[in-house]
Design a protein around this ligand. Structure first.
Ligand code: NAG
Ligand code: NAG
Ligand code: NAG
Ligand code: NAG
Ligand code: NAG
Ligand code: NAG
Ligand code: NAG
Ligand code: NAG
Ligand code: NAG
Length: 321
């Protein structure tokens, strides 16, 4: 009896000792001073986002001062001059569901993590059973996602070390761009964790912007000729297996040479009626494409040697959102 009382006292005490607000936690990082200043001077917006324990635990990816500087250089105006609504969406997209740290980011297949960004304008997807199971249910994992994987070359689960001895990993967010994530083992606050990103994440955009932004011009041409763009941009919950220009070229330029009917069927064959995040794919899994034909997943190799195929086509760039 006595000893169990003693244990309870200790655990309450240690909880008290580590308790700190998000603002207190980020304030100790000089490279986060822009975000810290922004946060402190917009405390109502900040509390709206981070002061609500019912959404805990969460993991905030805090943009460092370089991210603020690059934004300003690229856009000619400071990030903080964005309209409040847009800022809110952007910060929501930087906030991941659950308490995520090194072990989560070093999974061999990477990690798909939902964010607080649930607004439909940015989020034409359904959660799917695998993501819901991992992140505490459909409602909890309803927000747009980011994809994170370890980028080390050694094939082990260790991170590539950057200055300061902290881990580095790569995040796949919206457009075809990667952002570096610095994982902070000590980045703990009352509501979960925080880590540092060296560039702003880009919120996913409609499919046409993304495919054109990725320079997939043959696919663009095929979708133009088949007039499938409007349907694709307004479809929810689909995965495009988008052939790159080399694939179109080696298949004899079907974007130019097939008639509209056949080209449309071919494109529907490349479209899956659900979201296939690469980390949930399994060898032998099948999908029925929109052309009502089966597409089979093949996975070879392990760790960094892992390759994913849909039928005979190898995935060269996964999880473009
Ligand atoms: C970011 O911080 C730097 C250094 O403190 C400062 O010069 C710059 O004006 C800040 N930028 C913004 C957008 O707040
Ligand atoms: C993150 O990693 C921890 C420790 O391995 C694990 O308990 C937790 O379920 C992981 N979270 C997610 C969302 O996968
Ligand atoms: C996609 O939508 C279909 C039909 O609504 C649903 O059965 C499936 O679970 C969804 N998949 C994902 C991964 O969201
Ligand atoms: C991410 O890190 C790599 C390797 O250190 C670097 O080359 C790249 O410029 C970094 N990306 C950004 C957006 O800073
Ligand atoms: C997050 O995980 C750390 C340990 O990994 C723990 O100390 C902390 O209390 C957790 N935070 C929340 C809000 O669950
Ligand atoms: C989602 O669908 C809506 C309505 O169809 C559309 O306006 C919006 O651009 C779509 N968003 C994305 C990210 O595709
Ligand atoms: C597809 O159509 C759009 C809109 O008309 C156009 O801007 C784009 O250049 C076309 N793409 C190709 C590869 O021709
Ligand atoms: C389209 O091409 C296919 C295969 O070459 C052919 O069977 C079909 O008749 C063509 N359709 C039209 C409308 O020309
Ligand atoms: C899809 O194919 C299956 C078997 O190949 C067939 O039974 C079914 O009727 C087809 N459905 C549609 C909508 O064409």
């Amino acid at each position: 009896m006595k000893s169990s009382n003693f244990l309870i006292t200790i655990s309450l005490f240690s909880k008290f000792v580590v308790a700190r607000s998000f603002l207190e936690a980020i304030s100790t990082y000089p490279e986060l001073s822009n975000f810290t200043t922004f946060y402190a001077s917009n405390i109502n917006l900040a509390n709206l986002l981070f002061g609500n324990p019912s959404i805990y635990p969460i993991t905030v990816l805090v943009p460092n001062n370089n991210a603020f500087a690059s934004y300003q250089a690229d856009n000619g105006s400071p990030l903080t001059s964005l309209p409040t609504e847009e800022l809110l969406s952007l910060i929501q997209y930087h906030t991941l569901i659950s308490n995520l740290s090194t072990t989560n980011f070093t999974m061999d297949s990477g990690l798909t993590a939902p964010t607080l960004l649930t607004k439909e304008e940015y989020n034409n997807r359904t959660v799917g059973p695998a993501l819901a199971a991992q992140f505490g249910g459909t409602e909890r994992s309803d927000g747009q996602v980011v994809f994170i994987k370890s980028e080390d070359s050694s094939g082990t689960r260790r991170f590539v070390l950057r200055q300061g001895g902290i881990g580095s990993t790569a995040i796949r967010s919206g457009r075809d761009s990667d952002v570096n994530l610095t994982v902070l083992e000590e980045g703990i606050w009352d509501g979960g964790r925080f880590h540092i990103v060296d560039s702003l994440l880009t919120i996913p955009e409609p499919c046409s912007n993304t495919i054109r932004g990725a320079q997939l011009s043959s696919l663009d041409n095929a979708l133009n000729r088949s007039e499938l763009w409007p349907a694709l941009d307004h479809s929810t919950n689909v995965t495009c297996l988008g052939p790159n220009n080399a694939a179109f070229s080696s298949a004899g330029n079907p974007d130019e040479n097939l008639n509209k009917t056949v080209l449309t069927d071919a494109l529907l064959f490349h479209t899956l009626p659900e979201i296939a995040y690469s980390n949930f794919l399994t060898d032998g899994q099948t999908f029925t494409s929109l052309a009502n034909l089966t597409v089979k997943v093949k996975i070879t190799g392990v760790g960094k040697q892992k390759q994913i195929y849909f039928n005979n086509a190898r995935v060269v760039d996964a999880n473009v959102l």
